[in-house]
Ligand binder design. Structure first.
Ligand code: IMP
Ligand code: MG
Length: 179
């Protein structure tokens, strides 16, 4: 499927599954070097990161790792990404731990900065960020990204966990909006 239609919009394949997997393998190798022996807690930010987290975990040849999942509560009537959103689902004691946040995409960076601040407040010793996709041109938050899979232009994409109005998350490849 080179082209697909979701709702009213057309998308064209831009990052095939194989390219995504090779980026994930590189991230996993780097993580193994950095994190072995640290008993890291990986935190997958739902919904978008579910495919990335699953594939990354399978490539990570480490035994002392744990994985957890969180969701950000979105309050009705507020669309701003600058709003502080509550984290739901992180019940582990993270005091003193090395935490790696797994994100599907960093756009402006405000979502991940928000998650990072809240995880730090819970007493983590260090918080690292791993994002499969990164739009450097859109980034305005002042944070460092520790692991980046693929840098992409400032276009709207879907697939491999990412959605357009709830659709497209199931797609194996990543597609870019046709303008
Ligand atoms: P940020 O707070 O601007 O970095 O936005 C991050 C969130 O916006 C991601 O977790 C996605 O849910 C969503 N997002 C950003 N860019 C895209 C895109 O191109 N396609 C689908 N969702 C996106
Ligand atoms: Mg996300």
């Amino acid at each position: 499927m080179q082209r697909i239609k979701l709702w009213d919009k057309e998308f064209e394949i831009s990052y095939p599954f194989e390219e995504i997997q090779s980026a994930i393998k590189k991230m996993a190798a780097q993580m193994k070097m950095d994190l072995e022996g640290k008993n890291p807690l990986f935190v997958c930010v739902l919904n978008g990161s579910f495919m990335f987290a699953a594939d990354l975990m399978k490539e990570l040849e480490m035994n002392d790792v744990e994985i957890s999942f969180l969701k950000l509560a979105s309050y009705e009537g507020t669309a701003s990404t600058l709003e502080i959103k509550e984290l739901i689902g992180v019940n582990e004691n993270i005091t003193g731990r090395t935490v790696v946040i797994l994100e599907d995409i960093v756009d402006t960076g405000h979502t991940i900065a928000n998650v990072m601040a809240q995880i730090s407040q819970k007493g983590a010793m260090e918080v690292k960020i791993a994002t499969l996709l990164f739009k450097p041109e859109a980034m305005t938050a002042k944070i460092d990204l520790d692991y980046v899979g693929i840098e992409i232009p400032n276009d709207f994409i879907v697939g491999y966990g990412l959605d357009y109005d709830r659709r497209g998350r199931n797609l194996k490849d990543i597609y870019t909006l046709v303008k």
